[in-house]
Design a protein around this ligand. Structure first.
Ligand code: CTP
Length: 403
């Protein structure tokens, strides 16, 4: 099940470190090449020699090797190690290391590699129940998940301290299963591909205080950018105003209005292998936004807002054909298939992702999505309700197949 796969295992300080020995055994038994890096505290629980024997590879536990004067590769070892695996699993991941990953600390080989690697990172948070339930740890984990880290949920039960609750090292079987899923969906099949993604809403100024906007959270576009980066692509993400963390290894450009998004997209779309417009671009903007706040007294109660059309970014890209595969989204509340097909054709797209608001389904802000992919050859693919990350991967599969 892990045949030909390269797994890097990071081990941090905690009594559960000994359980990672079984993990190494399972990975090796499954056919994987395994390398282990440890934090200095982890070595207090289990000797590097144990992991070296089980993994059949040398184990690094110190950024600075003791014989650094004789080793010429020491300066780049963290980069070489970071570039080596298909996936980087940190198990057990202590509260301390989770906190360091959240803030970009690089003081141990384990956190340094997390900062340097481009491959998917999987965490198995393991700690005492109170530490796991602490708001700071919860917030750190939420931030890391938003940035694209995978998390194996810890088990519930009795801890070495005698306390009971969540935070126990997950069953070996459940980590192995999750690793299989991540590895099966994380081919480096988009390596060197240049992908442009847009996300979020746009805000069209009425005056310096007010704007016309929409309910887009940006989660779908961010999930596409995140998934593409994990598959090895060079990703640029142009986003309207959202409250989301930038995914790992993604170049982010923030814009506000449809015109700003148009300018940014046109500046970055040239020679992209794939462009996916997931942004909910406003179709209208005030014709002449007021330079000062509009006062009730000055307008006799209600201002007379004159609107004009914003530029259609996707249609312009479809006309200019300056990039490779071009995909858009269609958000419909009625006649969804018909409208999506019309958009596909009129905007000259390779495929369109239909997001239907029919049947009262919640789309905005949700972590899951139900979409249909329609392509220009008339092929239709209904995807079951799944996480936006999974939907993102299916959309990227479609783009890859058309490259
Ligand atoms: N789009 C765009 N520029 C706009 C409006 C939309 O690039 N000014 C893109 C969106 O990013 C999306 C696709 O066009 O990928 C379809 O957007 P949607 O709002 O569903 O359709 P519209 O073309 O705006 O048509 P309507 O609002 O009338 O349904």
């Amino acid at each position: 099940m892990f045949k030909g796969k390269k797994i890097l295992l990071g081990i941090t300080g905690g009594i559960a470190a000994y359980k990672s020995c079984y993990l190494v055994r399972e990975f090796v038994k499954g056919g994987a090449s395994v390398k282990v890096v440890m934090t200095p505290s982890a070595t207090k629980f289990v000797s590097p020699l144990t992991f070296s024997t089980l993994s059949k590879n040398s184990v690094a536990a110190d950024i600075w090797s003791s014989d650094q004067t004789t080793q010429s590769d020491i300066g780049t070892r963290h980069i070489d190690t970071a570039n080596w695996p298909d996936v980087y699993l940190i198990a057990p991941a202590s509260a301390h290391t989770i906190s360091k990953l959240t803030h970009g600390s690089a003081d141990t080989l384990v956190s340094l590699i997390a900062l340097a690697t481009r491959v998917p990172i999987v965490l198995a948070p393991t700690m005492d129940a109170d530490m796991y339930l602490n708001e700071i740890t919860k917030a750190n984990l939420a931030t890391l998940q938003e940035r694209g880290y995978h998390v194996c949920q810890p088990d519930f039960g009795e801890h070495a301290s005698g306390l009971s609750g969540p935070g126990r090292f997950p069953e070996i079987e459940s980590i192995v299963k999750q690793m299989e899923t991540i590895l099966s969906g994380s081919f480096r099949d988009l390596q060197k591909k240049r992908i442009l993604v847009t996300a979020g809403p746009t805000y069209e100024a009425i005056d310096p205080v007010r704007f016309i906007g929409n309910r887009s959270s940006g989660k779908m576009g961010f999930a596409i950018a995140n998934a593409a980066a994990q598959r090895g692509a060079n990703v640029t993400l142009i986003t309207g105003p959202v409250h989301l963390e930038t995914p790992r290894n993604v170049e982010r450009i923030d814009v506000e209005s449809a015109q700003e998004m148009y300018d940014a997209v046109m500046a970055h779309a040239k020679r992209r292998d794939v462009v996916i417009m997931a942004a909910a671009v406003s179709d209208f903007m005030p014709e002449s936004p007021a330079t000062q706040k509009i006062k009730k007294s000055a307008t006799g109660g209600v201002p007379d807002l004159k609107l004009k059309k914003t530029p259609d970014i996707l249609a312009t890209l479809g006309k200019k054909k300056i990039s490779g595969v071009l995909a858009g989204f269609a958000l419909e509340t009625q006649h969804d298939f018909e409208n999506a097909r019309t958009k596909l054709k009129e905007k000259n797209l390779d495929f369109i992702v239909l997001n239907s608001l029919q049947k009262g389904r919640r789309v905005f802000g949700s972590d899951t999505n139900v979409v249909t992919i329609l392509d220009r050859k008339g092929k239709t693919e209904d995807l079951p309700e799944s996480s936006k990350f999974d939907v993102a991967n299916r959309i990227l599969d479609k783009a890859r197949d058309l490259l």
